[in-house]
Write a protein that binds this ligand. Structure first.
Ligand SMILES: [Zn+2]
Length: 83
């Protein structure tokens, strides 16, 4: 009887996992953001507005041991004020 219970638990877990995977796939935006520009430059995301900018054009900010990149000084200031 205990084996049967375990089996149902495993089946339930698998169904749950598959369901979560489908949900994730449906929620995901269709196209991933570009990781490199046409010049082969790395793209970085502005955590304030979500825009992707080439690393050399981005405004850098050292925050909590990590480097953050922003599309403009306005975004950097907004981010600094929030944290
Ligand atoms: Zn921005």
């Amino acid at each position: 009887m205990l084996v049967r219970l375990l089996l149902w638990l495993i089946v339930g877990f698998l169904v749950y996992t598959v369901f979560q995977a489908i949900k994730q796939a449906l929620l995901k935006p269709p196209a991933p953001p570009p990781e490199k520009t046409s010049r082969g430059e790395e793209m970085v995301q502005d955590p304030e507005c979500g825009t992707y900018v080439p690393r050399s054009d981005a405004i850098k900010l050292q925050s909590k041991g990590a480097t953050r990149y922003f599309c403009s000084s306005e975004c950097r200031d907004k981010y600094q004020r929030r944290s």
